[in-house]
Design a protein around this ligand. Sequence first.
Ligand code: CTP
Length: 409
Amino acid sequence: MLAGKHILLGVTGGIAAIKIPLLIREFKKQKADVRVVMSRAAKEFVTPLSLSTLSGHTVITEMFPEQTAPSVASSTWHIELGMWADVTLIAPATANFLAKLSHGIADDALSTLMVALRCPVILSPAMDDEMWRNPITQRNISSLKEVGYCVLPPEEGELASGLIGMGRLPEIPSLVQFTNKILEKSNRDFHKKKILITAGPTYEPIDAVRFISNRSSGRMGFALANASALRGADVTLISGPSNLQTPRNVKRVDVETSEEMFNAVTQYFSKSDVIIMSAAVSDFTPVKSFPRKLKKENISSDTFSLELKKNKDILTHLGQKKRKGQFLVGFALETDNELANAKRKLQEKNLDLIVCNNPLEEGAGFTVETNKVTLIDKNGKIEKFPVLQKFDVANEILDSVLHRTKKYG
Ligand code: CTP
């Protein structure tokens, strides 16, 4: 997998930088082409000379070429390297680097390059245990994951301080294996495919401040958008209200109500090759929505009834309009008789594939980072998966879509 690949290696200033010469040697052994950009602090731990000797290329350490090396002639090197790279690995990634990256700060060579990258980026944090557990570091890691950075968590063990804890840079084989996995998952097999994904809940207004909704966080749909973009697709994500950040290279359309979602989906539907409805669309909406806040003193009895009407089922509508060559994926959120209900939805809504999940199962549900799903296709073929990260579930769904579009045309 690594042979002929362009690996951009970013090195920041932590003691684990002393392992990087061995990592470059391993990448080279597997016939990858490696280019290195270092932060100034990294030079305190490993010299640019050793890394350029091993990689066979000038190592960039400064933003402006005259400060680096004569062979870095252009002041747009960060754009050129950004286009050259198939994958970028930052190892070790320090707490300071993660903080800068999560805020888009571009004040030196490596941090500027990060903003210009187009390829998948792997972050391999390594630091002291307390620094890793620090809530600010964890917050930065979460928001970097949300926007699509792939994080290889540090390992537990003896740290440079002599203390035992989380924070060690994984060993060279783990770094190489993870880089391989991300390259495999970003092999552009969805290049030129237009994918429409819905995510999150909808809000159905009762009055000016209240609404009916559900517990969906949007995580599964956002993971699908991220994975599709990494695989080269042209992704439109139609999202109900969600606090999640938009993954890199994804076009996001925000909606609130199921009616707005219907309008947005039908606008993009005809141009889409693959449509994945992972949104938890409200099935009902209040018949009347009050423009001002309802006051309880105006309600004389102890009970108050809200009249609801059924919403249009977006997926059923798409199933009726689907043209040859379009691939339609639905979700079935079930707490009982999962498979039977999912199969019924698959048929009734004229789907090609349905993803069945049960929020009551361990490792599944709205707010967690994992999910446990079963895929059923229109020929009745069933594939069950164990609990996986939502990003990995997303890739399983995409693999399944690709396999079936190739097989059935
Ligand atoms: N869906 C939709 N429009 C709706 C309701 C649901 O497009 N108004 C889609 C969802 O995005 C999902 C699929 O239909 O892909 C199944 O949703 P789910 O909530 O599991 O089932 P429902 O069809 O709404 O039926 P029920 O709530 O009775 O299980």
